[in-house]
Write a protein that binds this ligand. Structure first.
Ligand code: SF4
Length: 676
């Protein structure tokens, strides 16, 4: 038995360091190791079973060409040469007839590494003048708000939660999607820290939280503004901090006055006194930290909700101490110069919002999309308006290439299927969006079947399609990526062009990890880490969020479909990745009172439906889901429901105003028995 070191590059803030057990060249077990102190030797159950993806029945082992109707999933094996020739000739013809914009690359967070996304792929699609993709299915509103207020200031690191005396977990479920925060929460609790959870579902039990505010989806902006207004009313605004370190505070306070507790409580369908209690406890405690998740951005109020939540620590004067402030994405602190990885400047081609893929495939003109290249993504399961996407993918005149590790629901619509390596089979340089460390994963097993890495395939296609730019391969690409980071890497000698990537690569190979070199080890917001805005101040009325940064839009009216649908992540899948073995069957969760009002019983098969579609699944009763809300898990595949449709079939393809973010939680549905 051999043991090899690796890194999990999946879409998760924890970025675990891994230990892979090998027998005769096969990976037989995966667990956490201690290279990354945050991992601390344990990982989630999803990735512990990752060998089931690597060797499982869904794994793609060689290139294939479609034989049956689109979507049916019947393919015949072809060689790599045939597959590449086919792409080159189809792309060539399409570019000649309609221009490069008729080709759309489609990718998201199937891998969060720097080598498999945004490097050779970006160079290829820029080089052929393809349409550009607005990658907004997740984190667009949050990033827009954080950037606008604080310019991407470093986040509170998870170990510093132990210093906090009050924690607000807002729109996040660390038990499923950020499990390495949990030990720190536990120690914080042992130190006497109180915790409030703001979320439509009670995702943590009484051993973890003292208060639960079950806000109605889309009402977070109103609640956060009401908390700010209440802080002012009880004299708990830190005026000195606001005067010294912020701009726009008076306008924010004025807007917050529009949301008295009762008004926000009516919008959020909670008790006004509960909002007040959390605001008062938060104001009284020090240090106090807000863990802002991505749940509150999933509606048309996404940007304003995140902005109002992130403004709270400034208004209440919670910065400047270890364990005080907010935690969100850490990624901008790495300062990756992605342009140097793409090696080509962006062409001025049109931008297509990924949340409107179905509409783009069916309605886009001048030119219409004639070729789609999907990689690191499974839009049939994960992008709003599933039925419209499937109708688009079923177009006979659309040439679709899917480059993936397994036969996803999207792959079934491919004209050409290309088998991709997993992170155990290729090199990957990983940064984390939860914490501060760069890690390198090197191949620990041979590619399964004929699978190839993104880097290999995009380099080959670029060559064949005549894209010319200096794109380094192998170690040269890794050193370039390391040199492209301006964040304070430990041992980093300088930054940008001055930084020697080769030295960093040597250290990475030796230690497996490059931590950050913050003064005092971890950042203290408004202590050792300042906003990265031009004036180093927090902009509480930022122009980047439009003339009304805290506009609260009315919720979608739900007369015919009165229930708000949420579709949060679970411990069974990472978006839709790994769901092929994580889930056996989908389900919908509903409060017992809502079920009783519809004469529905737990275990019964039901239809969840609206004007866009229908999903048939068994019903689970759960008093932890607030009344008026139902929960269909994120990431199901079609095989996991009785009618082969998932939550996204019920989600409109509306987008948020500022950043074009997906509005999953604006879906309104009804639930009923199966007719007949
Ligand atoms: S998904 Fe997250 S918790 Fe699981 S192994 Fe990867 S980084 Fe760790």
């Amino acid at each position: 038995m051999q043991v090899a070191r690796s890194v999990c590059p999946l879409d998760c803030p924890d970025r675990c360091s891994l230990e892979v057990r090998l027998e005769q060249g096969r990976a037989v077990a995966i667990d956490g190791n201690h290279s990354n102190p945050l991992t601390d030797g344990f990982i989630c159950a999803k990735v512990r079973r990752f060998t089931e993806r690597v060797y499982g029945p869904d794994r793609l082992r060689h290139p294939m060409r479609r034989r049956g109707p689109k979507g049916e999933g019947r393919f015949e094996r072809v060689s790599w040469d045939e597959a590449i020739d086919d792409i080159v000739s189809r792309f060539g013809a399409i570019r000649g007839e309609s221009g490069g914009e008729a080709i759309l690359p489609f990718n998201y967070g199937g891998s969060n590494g720097l080598l498999t996304q945004g490097a050779g792929d970006e160079r290829l699609f820029r080089g052929i003048g393809a349409s550009r993709l607005a990658r907004t299915v997740c984190a667009a509103p949050s990033s827009a708000a954080a950037q606008a207020l604080y310019g991407g200031m470093a986040s509170v690191d998870f170990p510093d939660f132990e210093a906090a005396r009050y924690i607000i977990i807002w729109g996040a479920n660390p038990r499923h999607s950020n499990i390495h925060l949990m030990p720190h929460l536990k120690r914080a609790r042992a130190n006497g820290c109180r915790v409030a959870l703001i979320d439509p579902r009670r995702t943590l039990g009484p051993e973890w939280i003292d208060r639960h505010l079950p806000v109605y989806p889309g009402s977070d902006a109103a609640v956060a503004l009401a908390m700010i207004g209440h802080l002012e009313a009880i004299g708990k605004i830190d005026h000195d901090f606001l005067a010294a370190h912020t701009t726009g505070a008076e306008k924010l306070l004025q807007r917050a006055r529009d949301w008295p507790l009762e008004r926000a409580a009516a919008r959020a369908r909670v008790e006004a006194r509960e909002i007040a209690a959390i605001a008062e406890e938060y104001a009284a405690a020090a240090p106090a930290v807000v863990r802002c998740g991505w749940g509150l951005e999933r509606n048309r109020n996404g940007e304003s909700a995140v902005a109002a939540v992130l403004a709270l620590p400034a208004v209440a004067g919670k910065f400047g101490v270890r364990g005080g402030g907010y935690a969100m994405s850490a990624q901008s602190t790495y300062g990756v110069d992605r342009e140097s990885l793409a090696t080509m400047s962006e062409p001025p081609t049109r931008i297509i919002n990924m949340n409107r893929l179905g509409r783009a495939l069916l309605e886009q003109a001048d030119p219409p999309i004639r070729a789609l290249f999907v990689y690191n993504a499974n839009p049939v399961s994960t992008v709003p308006d599933q039925n419209r996407i499937c109708r688009g993918l079923a177009r006979e005149d659309l040439f679709t290439v899917v480059f993936d590790q397994v036969m996803t629901d999207t792959a079934r619509y491919a004209d050409l299927l290309l088998p991709a390596t997993t992170f155990l089979e290729h090199a990957e340089l990983s940064i984390s969006y939860g914490t501060y460390a760069v890690q390198l994963g090197e191949p620990v097993i041979e590619p399964v079947g004929e699978s190839r890495s993104n880097e290999q395939v995009f380099t080959l296609l670029a060559e064949r399609l005549g894209v010319k730019s200096d794109h380094p391969g192998g170690d040269r690409l890794v050193t370039r990526a390391l040199a492209a980071m301006s964040g304070p890497l430990a041992g980093g000698n300088g930054s940008g062009a001055a930084r020697d990537g080769a030295v960093l690569l040597q250290r990475l190979r030796r230690d497996g990890i490059l931590p950050f070199d913050f003064p005092g080890r971890r950042p203290v917001q408004f202590g050792t880490a300042l906003p990265r805005t031009g004036d180093r101040k927090a902009h509480l009325w930022p122009a980047a969020l439009g003339p009304e940064p805290y506009r609260v839009l009315d919720p979608p009216h739900g007369k015919k479909y009165p229930l708000a649908l949420i579709s949060p992540a679970t411990h069974k899948a990472i978006s839709s990745s790994l769901a092929e073995y994580g889930f056996k069957e989908g389900y919908v969760e509903m409060h017992p009172d809502d079920a009783a009002a519809r004469r529905l019983e737990g275990g019964q098969e039901v239809r969840v439906y609206n004007e866009l579609g229908e999903v048939r699944v068994p019903l689970r009763l759960n008093a932890g889901v607030r009344p008026g809300v139902v929960n269909l898990p994120k990431g199901l595949w079609n095989r996991h429901t009785r009618n082969g449709a998932v939550a996204t079939a019920l989600v409109p393809d509306e987008i948020s105003e500022i950043s074009g973010g997906a509005c999953f939680n604006d879906a309104r549905v009804e639930v009923g028995p199966i007719p007949g």
